[in-house]
Design a binder for this molecule. Structure first.
Ligand code: ATP
Ligand code: MG
Length: 456
């Protein structure tokens, strides 16, 4: 197994704590990732020093009392907070006092935090053995629950009794699935049984915590497999998914039911939360709008629009940030739009989605095709290529794609006799549509002429 190479600023924090007579370790995800030969995302320090003592010890630096009640102080060792360092660390490091937690009766925060004397007690509160290791250059690896062995075997095991740990904080159930989706760890038998028995208590956990884990879970290498294997859990979190399970499509395009088509699409798209969530929800309305026509063929008329509405509801309920909701909802609305690689159509899409949004839509279309019969994948790729080329030409030529790029503005319209008010915006949009469709030239005289003709 790999060495644990600690970034210099973190090493320095450990040393200063130790020199002042406290025990100090890096713990949790950083140790797990290092032992697997990966670069950790963040380095968390735990120590026997109390928060006030940490604050005092680092009073020369910027010290942010992030969560004093829970024992957490952030030590900022560089200029840019949160910025990456050359040696794989980050400039702000959370330093947390060894602690235990009592129950989580509100399913959000521990009722009470008790500071404790030794690192073993702190590690005992952590969720899984692979996450319950600490390391210090001076004291070596502290691994009271066999985390290293489990890590080597790729096993996810609760620290202590699984049922009780999931009862304390049901979010751990979703965390288990997240570690499975992202890292491929398999829950051992008791952990597996306990999570299958208790997943309904996830309903008691706050949406913010669920969604934070969900976003990570959706971006794993094994996400599709996890969604399928634990579909009951996801059906509990998002009940709208349930009708998709096993829903036959009776379609000449599809060799899979709606759910398995969805999973194939999730698997194909790059691991970015917006895109992965888009594919998970893109066909959510199919079971709702389904009709079987006279030829025995399944029809899903209006499923993109209806799906966009359902997705908006789901994502808002899950407290996804507005900006992300908007992006996903738009991609779902247009996922099935038939686009020809002709400038007017592509301009309208680019104008609506922006350059990045357009690229996302192509990724969505590719993934959607991957969930169908083989032969449609090649077809979709050729179509995407033509669309991409058309978009590049439009952007290269600087074609007009926004009201701001028109040769006239609101002032010009007022001078031409349009009354001030919301009508101005509507007319500018109409002019833009005309220009994008090549029915109007983007020149002042032509545009003003069109406005005057419109006013009669
Ligand atoms: P990541 O690589 O995503 O940051 P992580 O393991 O560091 O994974 P965090 O959510 O950052 O996950 O948590 C840091 C550590 O805190 C974990 O490794 C684990 O020891 C502990 N932990 C986090 N959440 C819980 C929880 N709900 N119950 C018990 N321990 C937890
Ligand atoms: Mg972490």
């Amino acid at each position: 197994m790999a060495e644990i190479k600690i970034p210099e600023n973190v090493r320095d924090i450990l040393k200063r704590l130790e020199d002042a007579g406290f025990a100090a370790y890096v713990a949790g995800g950083a140790v797990r990732d290092s032992l697997q030969g990966e670069t950790p995302g963040d380095w968390d320090v735990c120590t026997s020093a109390r928060p006030e003592e940490v604050q005092r010890l680092f009073s020369g630096e910027r010290v942010v009392p992030t969560g004093l009640k829970h024992g957490t102080v952030t030590v900022v060792t560089g200029e840019k907070k949160g910025a990456g360092r050359d040696d794989g660390g980050t400039d702000s490091v959370e330093v947390t006092t060894f602690r235990r937690e009592s129950g989580y009766s509100d399913r959000r925060h521990p009722d009470q935090v008790f500071f404790v004397r030794n690192v073993e007690e702190d590690l005992a509160r952590r969720d899984f053995t692979v996450n319950a290791m600490a390391y210090s250059p001076k004291r070596g690896l502290c691994d009271p629950f066999g985390g290293r062995g489990d890590l080597e075997a790729g096993i996810l095991r609760c620290v202590g009794e699984a049922g009780r740990r999931f009862e304390e904080d049901p979010l751990r159930i979703l965390r288990a699935l997240r570690f499975r989706a992202v890292r491929g760890f398999r829950p051992e038998e008791k952990t597996e049984r306990a999570l299958r028995q208790r997943y309904e208590s996830l309903k008691e956990v706050s949406q913010e915590r669920i969604t934070a884990e969900m976003q990570k879970l959706m971006c794993g290498r094994y996400t599709a497999a996890v969604l399928d294997e634990y579909r009951d859990v996801f059906g509990c979190l998002i009940p709208e998914l349930v009708p998709m399970f096993g829903f036959e499509q009776y379609s000449p395009y599809h060799n899979r039911d709606v759910w398995h088509h969805t999973l194939a699409a999730v698997e194909d798209i790059p691991p970015v939360p917006v895109l992965r969530m888009t594919m998970l929800l893109h066909d959510i309305a199919k079971p709702v709008v389904f009709i079987l026509d006279d030829n025995g063929r399944g029809r899903f008329v209006g499923h993109p629009q209806r799906g966009a509405e359902m997705a908006e509801q789901i994502l808002r309920r899950m407290r996804f940030p507005n900006q992300i909701v908007r992006q996903i909802v738009r991609l779902i609305r247009f996922h099935d739009v038939k686009l020809k690689p002709r400038r007017p159509e592509v301009r309208r899409m680019l104008s609506l989605l922006g350059e990045e949004g357009f690229e996302d839509l192509l990724a969505v279309k590719h993934a959607d095709a991957c969930g169908k019969y083989e032969k449609y994948i090649g077809e979709a790729e050729a179509k995407n290529e033509a669309l991409r080329k058309c978009a590049q030409e439009i952007l290269r030529d600087g074609d007009c794609l926004s009201v701001g790029q028109l040769a006239v503005d609101g002032e010009d319209l007022i001078r031409a006799g349009v009354p001030e008010g919301p009508e101005i915006g509507r007319i500018l949009q109409e002019l833009l549509d005309g220009v994008m469709d090549d029915t109007l030239k983007n020149e002042k005289t032509a545009l003003i002429g069109a406005v005057k003709a419109r006013m009669g």
